[in-house]
Design a protein around this ligand. Structure first.
Ligand SMILES: Cc1cc2nc3c(=O)[nH]c(=O)nc-3n(C[C@H](O)[C@H](O)[C@H](O)COP(=O)(O)OP(=O)(O)OC[C@H]3O[C@@H](n4cnc5c(N)ncnc54)[C@H](O)[C@@H]3O)c2cc1C
Length: 450
């Protein structure tokens, strides 16, 4: 326990948010101090057992500002937290302190067919559902749509279904405005809408400033249908996926290509007979009807094994994005905890060759999983490759080999953002932190230069 977090400090927090929303119960502290860092056996060793001293749940930006001011006055660490679905341990309070949960800051402040202005803790599924009622939809979303928060996605995510059309969080125009609160004794509230300035907040991993509000640009709603297609050969399935992702006459929101045996991890899809033995899968969201999809599949040697004419926004229904993006890794880990993953950016010019070479070198210890994504213009292939963990060194070997053949690796096995192998654009984050968090109180331990 941080000695500054004493009964008087807790009483002051309670005076701002109400006692009920100041949480010190050990089980709740433990549960809410984790994210999904356990995807990485390397991070698991480093982060297990790190807990906050107290959790506070403000209801408004005003309460949030008062909490931040209190923490800065006492110089205690502050850790922002949305739903805690991040994969890199970035909301794990390495040095304890006050974990500020945005759970109660959950109001959709403005919704038009063009934009959604949201409090930090709004669950994205609620935005998608409300947007569809007025003929709009999120441009793209993480596959954790039913749980993850607006600010958590902006600060901890990158891309997801829809990205092949709209790019990622860094693509100008996707985030129209963000409101941040600085970490000072007298916190400032700053609205940022300039895309260049916004780079200091996007994927900031809770390090530069506290986000209180985000405005996402929306897209016109489309009648997405869901398909699973099976193909006996992974490389042909991938060519087919690439063709679909690039075909402007064939609108898509999700094209995930998964090599066998990853379909063996998908119990719900197996129940639906969607996963024939020894077949690779293409998971697809498109507006095309079944006969069109069957026709194009047949010409590529694939077949439709499952179809649902609506893309579900309900938690209880089968939704293919629950098997795509970083959900694939979750199903693999549920089947066998030895799996972990890598995040690759492949070379669009020769990625078939890159995948072939890596497979040849590591065999069944890697399973290919490709998502088609975009950053304005042509969709490109990104890998969320499953890797069977044997040792820290072996993971590094796979990373090093990938780099040696031109596969760019964004390592999900470090909690330190400003390491070369994270490959994130962190320099402007470090600069912004010097201005907005002069005392280095926000989420300490996740930067070398902090
Ligand atoms: C099964 C699974 C699938 C996933 N699929 C995707 C995917 O498709 N695409 C993708 O991009 N990610 C994906 N992720 C990662 C993660 O779910 C998303 O990035 C998600 O949007 C994070 O939202 P969250 O509310 O859970 O954030 P949290 O995990 O709570 O926080 C993420 C980061 O943001 C910071 N943060 C949270 N709120 C604030 C705030 N108000 N101000 C400042 N910093 C803040 C936290 O400190 C932390 O560093 C996946 C993860 C899992 C487990």
């Amino acid at each position: 326990m941080n000695s500054k977090i004493n009964s008087s400090f807790l009483a002051q927090l309670g005076a701002v948010v109400g006692e009920k929303y100041v949480i010190t119960h050990p089980t709740r502290l433990d549960r809410n101090s984790r994210d999904t860092y356990w995807y990485s056996p390397i991070l698991k060793k480093q982060l297990d057992g790190k807990v906050a001293d107290v959790i506070v749940q403000p209801k408004s930006a005003d309460e949030l500002t008062q909490i931040i001011a209190l923490c800065v006055r006492e110089r205690v660490p502050i850790v922002p937290r949305g739903a805690g679905t991040g994969n890199y341990g970035q909301s794990v309070p390495i040095h304890g302190g006050v974990l500020i949960s945005t759970k109660r800051m959950n109001q959709i402040l403005e919704l038009t067919p063009e934009l959604a202005r949201l409090e930090a803790g709004v669950i994205l599924l609620n935005v998608e559902t409300a947007a569809r009622e007025i003929g709009a939809e999120l441009r793209f979303f993480p596959s954790t749509l039913p749980t993850s928060t607006a600010a958590g996605f902006m600060a901890g995510g990158s891309a997801g279904p829809g990205s092949m059309n709209w790019g990622n969080l860094w693509t100008p125009g996707n985030i129209l405005q963000v409101t941040i609160i600085t970490i000072e004794e007298e916190p400032q509230t700053i609205k940022i809408s300039d895309p260049a300035e916004m780079q200091a907040v996007i994927h900031n991993c809770g390090l530069t400033a506290f986000i209180s509000e985000v405005t996402f640009a929306l897209a016109p709603a489309e009648p997405w249908q869901q398909y699973v297609l099976a193909h006996p050969h992974f490389e042909d399935a991938l060519r087919f996926g690439e063709q679909l992702a690039k075909d402007k006459q064939f609108p898509t929101r999700l094209v995930s290509v998964l090599d066998w045996p990853s379909p063996t991890f998908f119990k719900q899809l197996i129940k639906e007979n969607a996963c024939p033995d020894d077949h690779a899968l293409v998971l697809l969201h498109t507006t095309k009807n079944k006969s069109d999809v069957e026709h194009i599949a047949q010409s590529a040697g694939a077949r439709v094994t499952w179809h649902n004419p609506v893309a579900s926004t309900h938690k209880s229904n089968l939704e293919l994005s629950d098997f795509a993006w970083n959900h694939t890794t979750l199903w693999a880990l549920k089947a066998d905890p030895a799996w972990t993953y890598l995040q690759d950016t492949l070379n669009p010019e020769n990625f078939y060759e890159q995948l072939r070479q890596r497979k040849e070198k590591f065999g069944d210890d890697v399973i290919d999983h490709i998502e088609f994504t975009g950053a304005g213009g042509e969709p490109y292939p990104a890998g969320l490759t499953l890797v069977r963990y044997k040792s820290d060194e072996q993971i590094q070997d796979v990373i090093d080999y990938g780099e040696s053949i031109g596969i760019m690796q964004y390592s999900p096995h470090t909690t330190v953002l400003d390491e070369e192998n994270t490959r994130w654009e962190w320099k402007h984050l470090v600069e912004a932190k010097k201005v907005w968090d002069r005392h280095g109180l926000l989420n300490p331990g996740h930067l070398q230069n902090n």
